[in-house]
Structure formats: C-alpha cells, structure tokens
Design a protein around this ligand. Structure first.
Ligand code: ADP
Ligand code: MG
Length: 318
C-alpha cells in the first residue's frame, strides 16, 4: 500500500467524528470548506511538534496521536472557542504502516473526545514533524483574549499543576508506581479544558492555557494586559500524588513546569460570584491582578523570592 493510500485508509475516517455539519467538505479535494454562520468569529491556531524537540525520540505513536491534537485544541480552550475541525500536516521519515495505524488510532480517539473532525492535511517526507491547525468558533467578539485582565481581578487555574512536569522524570521508568503513573497519564494524555473555556466566555477577563508553566504563561496575560499579579503558592492546586512524589519541590513544579494544559484565567470578583457552582469548583483562586507590572509571589501572605529556575522555599524578599 502506498503512503497516500495509508493516509486515506487511516486518516480520512477521522473526518466523520466531530462537528461535521459545519464542515461542508472534508479531506479529498484541493481545500476543505467550513461554513461560518453569521454572527460568528472563526478562531484558529497552528501548532508544530518536532521529534526530539517537542516529544521524545521513538515516542509511542498512539500517545503522540492524542497529544498532538490535545495541545493544539488547548489553544481553542484558552480562547473560549467551540471546537470544529482541524488539518494535519504530517512529515514522515518513512511510511511505516504500524506507526501510522497507531498514530491514527490515538488521533481518532482525541478527535472524537474533543469534537474536532479532520478536514484535510498534507503529507511529506522528512524528519518526523506534525503540524496541526485547529479551527473553532465563538459568538462574535466573545473570544477570550490575553489582554483583558484588570487590577483587582481574581487569578484562577483549573485542575492541578505540576503533574505533567513531574512525569518527565519517569518517562523511561518501566515499572512506575501508581503516583508515577498518574503523573505520566497527565503528560501522555493532556485534557484541554474545552468545555470550561467555552463556559467562561463573557465571564473571564483574560485566559491562557498553561503549556510552558504558570509563571511563564500568566506572564503573557500580565504583559498583554499591562498589569501585575500577586500569586500565593500556598493556594496552588497540587495533586496528592505530586505531593507524595515531589515533596517540597511540588510547588516549584506547579509554578514552573509545563505540559499540564490547564487554563489560567482572570475574572472580576463580581463575575466570579456570578459563576455557576459547577464552574467555580473546576477553578482555584491563586491570587489577584495588581496595578503594577510584575509578578509577586507570597506564601501564606508572606513575600517569597522567585529566583531563576524556580521558587525558593526558604528565602524571603526582605
Ligand atoms: P494537493 O496536492 O492538492 O495539496 P494532496 O495530494 O496533498 O492535495 O492531498 C489530497 C487530499 O488529501 C487533500 O484533500 C488533503 O487535504 C488530504 N490529505 C493529505 N494528507 C493528509 C493528512 N495527513 N491528513 C488528512 N488529510 C490529508
Ligand atoms: Mg499537498
């Protein structure tokens, strides 16, 4: 079977899994066609993953299938967009049917789970590289941007932080215990917060997904909004498994490690009070937006230093 026949066989069925009514034409023609209803904004983003840079060499193709779409979809979650479809540009060193089958299986599982149908793509030969462009929609002008944070807003994060970062230590562990396994699952199978993001439209003042670590990604909101922030590390949501695995360094991972794909949002206290309980329960308030332009870290209200490479557990600013 030729390379293109493999693509047709394994990938074209992924056109059927998502929000297909908006995709008038999927893979097979020169372009795909997406219908965008009046009063709707199209929100789109592309993400590239290079072997050895964004994922380890010889990484399990089934996990890569899930992960490659999840990290792209996370950008839609951060904008509050409803997922619609995606395209896949695949660069492969060779057409290995076993690899393609496993990659397509992981991709199909993610596509179904996130409601994203495959609309088309491109296939070329070269070092293993994946580019996925995701498309979503929002009601006109309702996308959540990074630039809307205001002094006095709460800063919140979803889920727990640091787990995926801890997993980097266990990727080669052949017999992980249950805590290691929990962390590894967070790394291999990120869950973009699409439903949460969409429900925060019109409520959150700014949002970003945490791909590079809380400090770095919250920093993007602060810069785009021209504000500062104060975050209390005693409030950071850290899983019990991570606390057992990392002890005192769990806080460092929660502040600085990437790959969790949780959301970090800002929201006015009034909008926060108005949020339905089921949404509030998915979020933890970790601090407040300030009128300055830097990120201050406290621990139970006491100033703490944020040093290069992470948070210093023992040093105070004074
Ligand atoms: P063109 O030369 O017009 O760009 P291609 O021969 O590259 O078309 O692709 C033919 C069709 O197959 C297109 O509709 C394209 O979207 C689809 N396609 C190619 N590669 C992939 C892929 N990796 N995943 C999904 N669809 C693909
Ligand atoms: Mg082409």
């Amino acid at each position: 079977m030729g390379e293109f026949e493999l693509i047709r066989r394994y990938f074209f069925p992924i056109a059927e899994v998502g929000n297909t009514s908006a995709v008038l034409l999927g893979p097979g023609d020169d372009c795909a066609i997406q219908r965008v209803e009046p009063g709707t904004d199209l929100v789109f983003s592309v993400d590239t993953l290079v072997e050895g840079v964004h994922f380890p060499q010889r990484y399990d193709p089934e996990k890569l299938g899930w992960r490659s779409l999840a990290v792209a979809a996370s950008d839609l979650a951060a904008m509050g967009a409803d997922p619609v479809c995606f395209t896949l540009a695949l660069t492969l060193p060779d057409a290995d049917p076993g690899w393609l089958h496993a990659y397509a299986r992981g991709l199909a599982k993610a596509a179904r789970h996130f409601g994203l149908s495959l609309a088309g793509g491109d296939t070329t030969r070269g070092p293993l590289t994946l580019s996925l462009q995701v498309h979503g929609t929002v009601p006109r002008d309702q996308a959540i941007r990074r630039s809307g944070a205001k002094a006095g807003d709460h800063i919140c994060v979803s889920g727990t932080l640091g787990d995926a970062g801890a997993a980097l230590n266990y990727l080669d562990n052949a017999t992980p215990g249950s805590d290691e396994q929990a962390a590894l699952t967070r790394y291999h199978y990120p869950e973009p917060r699409l439903d949460l993001g969409a429900r925060l439209r019109g409520c959150a003042s700014a949002a970003v997904d945490i791909s590079d670590g809380l400090v770095a990604d919250l920093g993007h909101i602060l810069q785009a909004s021209g504000v500062g922030a104060c975050v209390d590390v005693s409030k950071l949501p850290v899983s019990a498994a991570l606390t057992r695995l990392a002890g005192q360094t769990a806080v460092n991972l929660a502040l600085n490690a990437g790959d969790d794909y949780e959301l970090c949002i800002t929201i006015s206290p009034k909008a926060w009070e108005g949020l339905p309980g089921d949404i509030r329960r998915q979020l933890t308030v970790i601090g407040e937006v300030t009128s300055g332009n830097d990120l201050a870290i406290t621990h139970n209200g006491q100033p703490r230093a944020l040093v290069a490479g992470g948070y210093d557990h023992f040093r105070t600013d004074s």
